[in-house]
Write a protein that binds this ligand. Structure first.
Ligand code: FAD
Length: 462
């Protein structure tokens, strides 16, 4: 049986975000099992959304990478950066070379609103903006014209809050972060004076968390504005936040009620929170000029959920920018079952399920956002990955993992190098990391990120 020092359990983990790293950590720390993990990422840099999603003005959150660095220092760890699974190596090829494959490649695609005008210039996915200001190499050629006076952010999750906050941060605050230089310049010089955050349902249903909401009330350059009439709860909403498990929603309502009672102090910018509104169309002649919203009321469904229902009443808001932040989905990898409706890989507690046969596929697993959808904080992926790894280890113990045809670590590296000569190993990433930090140091910034793959590769070779 595999799992001994002579015959280690060989696992490919696809995606080096939190879920991939936690899964790797649990495998390498497993008692009585010797594992060897190849952690793949399509980028030369690891850490997924911790690097390319988490807002640059939240450096403490990014320090979670110290835990991942410890995992990378364990015996049996190997990073194969700049290797895209599905392109540089296929699922079938991984299956032939590992006892188990864990997919942890996140939800990189955004959901669309499906409304008229959504594709007008000036209408963006929040993720595009986030990836751009965070230096993700795929998004650096996007041209954000931030000259509009009003931007509208659609959605009530933490990503919407990040986007709204970043849009009004002053230059001094941006300059102490690892926001890209292009983004610092564009945001600091932007014409945006008002950001309107639009939620489909009411304050009691919003998905953002308390610290993110509190931050909006503490912005240096922007007053937060909430209409008192929009925080008044209907009967069902008031009841829904009473339970013990509802503390976040209850506190959100308290904070918003506090904002509604505040007088603006005359800061140069405003963040306005609107509730019970859904976008129905974006209008403009060749670019975004306004957004049409329909008013909603809340309906209590039989299943206990509180849904937004249109009242038919409409309003139009002039704006030059729209950022939609209404959810994310994973992309399919050829040969791996995929649930197109949810944008995730179908699974039972992390064991991949073939939906046509309704059975578990031996040796194939999933963790993180692509397992459960785009919800939860970084720490949520730890428990999630642990659940998956426990099933890998159970399957090993029960003899359910087939021996791969070719378990030789050198063999798989040679195969990948045939297609992608520039595989970045972990010491290559460490060289990138050191160079970025060194560039940031004299400027008092945590790092200055490389934003182009070629720059990253050149740095990884030093
Ligand atoms: P990801 O972090 O997305 O990692 C997936 C990895 O897979 C990436 O590195 C990607 O390059 C790689 N990959 C994709 N496709 C392939 C492929 N085909 N082959 C190889 N590699 C591939 N949580 C918090 O706790 N605090 C926050 O402040 C916070 N801010 C957030 C801000 C934003 C904008 C977003 C979107 C999320 C934020 N989150 C935050 C949530 C947190 O980032 C997620 O819970 C977490 O990153 C999900 O982890 P994951 O490993 O499943 O996916």
């Amino acid at each position: 049986m595999a799992g001994t020092p002579d015959n280690p359990l060989r696992v490919a983990v696809v995606g080096s975000g939190p879920a991939g790293f936690y899964a790797t950590g649990h495998l390498l720390a497993a008692k009585d099992v010797t594992a060897s993990v190849d952690l793949y990422d399509r980028l030369p840099t690891p850490f997924g959304l911790v690097r390319a999603g988490v807002a640059p003005d939240h450096p403490k959150i990014k320090s979670v990478t110290k835990v991942y660095e410890k995992t990378a220092a364990r015996d049996g760890f190997r990073f194969l950066g700049n290797v895209e699974v599905g392109r540089d190596i296929t699922h079938a090829e991984l299956k032939e070379r590992y006892h188990a494959v864990i997919y942890a490649y996140g939800c990189e695609r955004d959901r669309h609103m499906g409304i008229e005008g959504e594709d007008l210039p000036g209408s963006w996915a929040a993720t595009e903006f986030v990836a751009w200001y965070n230096g993700h190499p795929d998004y650096q050629d996007l041209d954000f014209d931030l000259s509009a006076k009003r931007a509208v952010v659609i959605g009530n999750g933490n990503v919407a809050m990040d986007v709204a906050r970043m849009l009004v941060l002053p230059r001094e605050e941006l300059e102490g972060t690892d926001t890209t230089d292009a983004a610092i310049e564009a945001i600091a010089e932007s014409g945006v004076e008002e950001v309107v955050i639009v939620g489909r349902r009411g304050p009691a249903q919003a998905a953002f968390t308390n610290p993110e909401l509190r931050e909006l009330g503490e912005l240096t350059d922007a007053d937060v504005i909430v209409d008192p009439a929009e925080v008044e709860l209907d009967r069902h909403s008031a009841r829904s936040i009473e339970g013990d498990g509802e503390i976040t929603h209850r506190r959100n309502v308290e904070i918003l009620t506090g904002y509604a009672g505040r007088e603006p102090v005359g800061k140069p910018k405003r963040v306005v929170m609107r509730f019970l509104r859904s976008p129905v169309a974006i209008h403009g002649d060749g670019k975004v000029e306004s957004i049409e919203l329909v008013h909603n009321e809340l309906e209590h469904g039989g299943d206990g959920r509180i849904r937004a229902q249109s009242t038919g009443e409409r309003e139009t808001l002039e704006c030059g920018l729209v950022f939609r932040s209404i959810g994310y989905r994973g992309a399919p990898v050829e040969g791996v079952p995929f649930d197109d409706w949810h944008g995730t890989i179908p699974n039972q507690e992390g064991r991949i399920v073939d939906p046509s046969a309704q059975n578990v596929v031996p040796g194939e697993y999933v963790a993180g956002w692509v397992k459960r959808g785009p919800s939860g904080v970084i720490g949520t992926n730890k428990r999630d990955a642990q659940e998956t790894v426990e099933h890998v280890l159970d399957d090993l113990a029960e003899g359910r993992l087939a021996d791969p045809r070719d378990a030789d670590p050198d063999g798989v590296l040679a195969l990948v190098r045939e297609r992608q000569p520039d595989v970045v190993a972990y010491d290559g990433w460490e060289a990138i990391d050191a160079a970025e930090k060194a560039a940031g140091e004299p400027l008092g910034r945590p790092r200055v990120k490389f934003t182009r793959i070629e720059e990253m590769l050149a740095s990884s070779r030093t």
